[in-house]
Write a new protein. Sequence first.
Length: 363
Amino acid sequence: MPRPIRATIFPAALRHNLNVARRCAPQSRVWSIIKANAYGHGIERVFAGLRGTDGFGLLDLDEAVRLRELGWEGPILLLEGFFKPEDIALITQYRLTTTVHCEEQLRMLEQARPAGPLSIQLKMNTGMNRLGFRPEQYRAAWERARAMPWIGSIVHMMHFSDADGERGIAHQVQAFDATVVNLPGEASLSNSAATLWHPAAHRHWVRPGIMLYGASPTGIAADVAQFDLQPAMSLTSEIIGVQQLAPGDTVGYGSRFTADTAMRIGVVACGYADGYPRHAPGWGDTFTPVLVDGTRTRMVGRVSMDMLAVDLTPCPSAGVGTPVTLWGEGLSIDEVAAASGTIGYELMCAVAPRVPVSVADGD
Ligand SMILES: *Cc1c(COP(=O)(O)O)cnc(C)c1O
């Protein structure tokens, strides 16, 4: 038998969450973002659940090719565009939509003279200061793109830095609208946070990522509770050992956790080499939540490479072989992330290659 740890992907949850995005932005078409191998879920594994989308957004040419090989005929958007002139031939061959965010990409397109028509999304930097033309350079970039006969449609694109936070989006939307005024073309602005919370930014296309996987853009599960997002992944394992502790006994490396009463702990086949965060706390004031046979309990001690320990006080009948949910139905990945000082995005992307992944049955 292999170790009992496994990740399970739920196509029905992906389909449900895509519908939530559609209900939030009923007038918009949806680019489902599947970069980073679909946020760690696997492009091949999420395809069935998300094929009702209008397009897929990702980063790597080889991911785009994998998507075409799965039979996807619709739009595919390269979120960072291309990196070398030779990429342009593949973009036309596979009918990809490319982001154009810098002078160098415009020049490569001018020199490549590909057989068009090429669809592009011209990216404006309205304050994120990652990719894009500054507003004062944007119209000139748009004129250059429009002058190339091999460029077909040009969508105006930008990305928010604070759609999930206090600063909000008004300053960026204002800069965007003032810059594109009177220019023809559709617009694409909204990540998950803006899709959920900023209807004024929905426009022609939205670009949700994290919400499709059932987690919160803020990293706080309660912030999306009202939207009924469902987890698209669970990470589960089993108890493989039990220890009876006396008061004063400690658990694991560094003896971080000390029992103050007699208690039972279960040792779970899951460690940081499986992608579980080593910073998950199991002592002091904060404990990381874990489900043992559906009952909520806490992780105790330090996470080690292959194992972690859980308090069995609330689950007296648990023993070797009892199922454990590290995250999934009943325990949001955001709760585990928040305890560990990170966000669900990072945990789902970090599930290790050694963890077997299966796709749940059903529609
Ligand atoms: C990753 C990404 C998104 C999706 O962001 P989420 O916060 O996961 O919804 C949208 N647009 C761009 C340009 C991105 O890089």
